[in-house]
Ligand binder design. Structure first.
Ligand SMILES: [Fe+2]
Length: 422
């Protein structure tokens, strides 16, 4: 069976669903209920309704299935302790593998189905939240075991058995606020994106404590993912006033708080603001789209095994230059960051210079060469890199289409860190 995102019918219909004339006017804006702060998992009653009251409203059976991995287990234990204190029956499954393969998601679904929860709690980074979403689909819809054939345009009919709460332990993917999940078909070296408004979790519960132990490299990589989500959300063809407002706010927050979170992981304020920025960017791109930073980043990640956040963040300056031929959105981004320019061109040049200086201050490579990619291997992989990039589902949201020749040129320019001047 083929991948849903290669179905020509779906590829043709998706851009229509975001046509300029109707976007923002006839669509639904999806967000989870957001619960955030230091006391989100309090075991004692507080002032006014707390996390447990909101969960109880939707989970009468009080059966919670906690999904996590070996890194998130300590936080999953805290969440489980909180649920037990409030009278829930729980089971935890901490076996999500990094970049969760479909088979791993299916195994999670088997355990979930046997337990019959009415609450699914995903405690972890992007892989955990995405795997939990995949397992949730199979639990609710056993006929959809093969998630590769999943269509974002067909109703799923979720929430007949359970609701979902996402508790991120990284500040990056935004999966706690989006209807997207990325699973993996390792046999064919492909990322399998699944997407549906129904997959937006019911609750996003943000505890800064849960991100405090992220190592510096992961803090940086996930933070760059937030920036790429926000940049793409603002520049993509599906952007609306609401997604712009949130995307621009996230861009500002990342510039302010990511350097602090990288420099000092115990900086509680920076950690909370980055968690918020990740969720805000998630809501923004979840209701508009990601575009070329992710098409290039997914291809780089698949074939060269670069961390997702670093891979997509790396392409931001190049994509800004590419988009600017057909879009003026960079002017708004520049203004948000207090960057001046007498015209569109100067505004772009100053924004790109500012982004490169920001990257340099965080030791983010400015060329694929610096990133350690072998030029020989890149050239040899070009027959796969070009179709992977152009056919990536996020490329349909780009404000500017890309030919095969442009795509190949883009890869070479990125290798040398050259300005995209075509
Ligand atoms: Fe991403």
């Amino acid at each position: 069976m083929g991948y849903w995102f290669e179905d020509p019918g779906i590829k043709g219909l998706l851009p229509l669903a975001t046509a300029a004339g109707i976007r923002g006017l006839s669509s639904v804006f999806n967000t989870p209920m957001m619960i955030m702060g230091a006391n989100v998992f309090s075991e004692a009653p507080g002032l006014g309704p707390g996390t447990i009251d909101h969960l109880n409203n939707k989970c009468p059976k009080k059966r919670a299935f906690v999904v996590s991995d070996e890194f998130g287990k300590r936080y999953a234990d805290k969440v489980e302790k909180f649920l037990l204190a409030w009278g829930y029956t729980t089971e935890s499954w901490c076996k999500v593998e990094p970049e969760a393969p479909i088979e791993n998601v299916q195994a999670c679904a088997v355990a979930m189905t046997a337990f019959e929860p009415d609450l699914i709690m995903a405690v972890g980074g992007g892989s955990v939240m995405d795997a939990a979403k995949g397992a949730w689909v199979i639990y609710e819809r056993p006929d959809l075991q093969n998630l590769m054939a999943f269509s974002p345009l067909s109703p799923l009919g979720l929430r007949k058995k359970a609701v979902m709460a996402a508790v991120p332990t990284t500040a990056g993917t935004g999966s706690e606020c989006t209807g997207a999940a990325v699973l993996h078909d390792h046999a064919n070296d492909r990322k399998i994106p699944i997407a549906s408004a129904e997959l937006v979790p019911d609750f996003a519960i943000l505890s800064p404590e849960f991100t405090m132990t992220m190592p510096e490299k992961l803090t940086l990589g996930t933070g760059l993912d937030v920036l790429a989500h926000a940049m793409d959300a603002v520049t993509c063809i599906a952007a609306t006033e609401m997604t712009d407002a949130m995307g621009l706010a996230a861009i500002e927050m990342v510039h302010k708080y990511l350097p602090r979170a990288v420099a000092n992981g115990r900086d509680r304020e920076a950690r909370l603001r980055m968690l918020l920025a990740a969720s805000i960017a998630g809501i923004s791109f979840g209701n508009s789209g990601a575009s070329l930073t992710h098409s290039f980043g997914h291809s780089l990640g698949s074939l060269f095994h670069v961390h997702h956040g670093l891979a997509v963040g790396f392409f931001i300056p190049f994509c800004l230059q590419y988009y600017a031929k057909t879009s003026e959105k960079h002017v708004r981004i520049a203004r948000t960051l207090g960057i001046q320019g007498k015209d569109r061109k100067e505004s772009l040049d100053n924004l790109v210079a500012h982004t490169r200086a920001f990257f340099k201050s965080l030791n983010v490579p400015l060329s694929l060469k610096e990133l350690g990619v072998s030029e020989e291997k890149m050239k040899a992989e070009m027959p796969r890199l070009i179709p992977y990039t152009r056919e990536d589902i996020d490329s349909i949201f780009s404000p500017r289409p890309m030919t095969e020749t442009q795509c190949e040129k883009f890869w070479h320019y990125a290798y040398h860190g050259k300005d995209i001047d075509f």
